[in-house]
Design a binder for this molecule. Sequence first.
Ligand code: AP5
Length: 224
Amino acid sequence: MAASQSPVLILLGPPGAGKGTQARILEEDFGLIQLSTGDLLRAAVASGSEAGRRAKSVMDAGGLVSDEIVLAILRDRMAAPDVARGIILDGFPRTDGQASALDVLLAETGQRVTAAISLEVDDEAMVGRVAGRSTCATCGEGYHDEFKRPAVAGTCDKCGGTAFKRRADDTAETVRERLKAYHAQTAPLIAYYDGKGVLERIDAMGTIAAIRAALGAIVGRVAA
Ligand code: AP5
């Protein structure tokens, strides 16, 4: 990595692999900015924008939103000044076209991908992880019915909020469609980043704490 470059980290992995959970931890541990295209798209859907309307039916069915829409929202977000601190891309890129577009976008500012970290998991376990997920409606902190419960039942550990929500696409049936899309269109990017010499692999079937430690060691090494 060039001395002047801020870290550009990519978290690759199927639905439920822990990309969002670990990206939020990396924000806290390293002061980086999480850029989740899933979150950006859900915000577009909630806003009722044209892009959001076009994205909604695709997301509800577990498919991939068009590169055109995704790249437009990502470019907007990357124009904000806070990304200069370094970024963790969560759920992006997901196609060959998005990976090439990211290379071009970074090159415009003399940057490149620092590391693409593949969170390696067992598909069937991911259905259970996603189906048990909820988030705090106030601050967005993520929880799981079995693996990550709030310390006080019904109260968010982070902000004390008492309302929790579940995502419309977190049904077992839709997760299986999202897994298919991942293997068909996103998993090939593992070889793409391996070819560039920036791929790191992590066994992401362990505990959230164990994965945090493994990721922290990688980020400390590549982003120092
Ligand atoms: P997106 O929001 O990106 O969803 P996803 O990739 O399917 O990933 P998830 O958010 O479901 O899982 P995650 O890996 O973040 O897991 P989490 O940390 O929450 O995308 C949604 C949709 O938007 C897509 O289907 C597509 O339509 C569209 N989209 C988004 N980006 C796009 C793009 N670039 N191009 C085209 N379309 C795009 O963990 C899951 C649960 O497990 C949580 O409850 C958590 O607490 C728990 N957990 C986490 N780690 C562990 C662990 N180690 N052990 C036990 N439990 C754990």
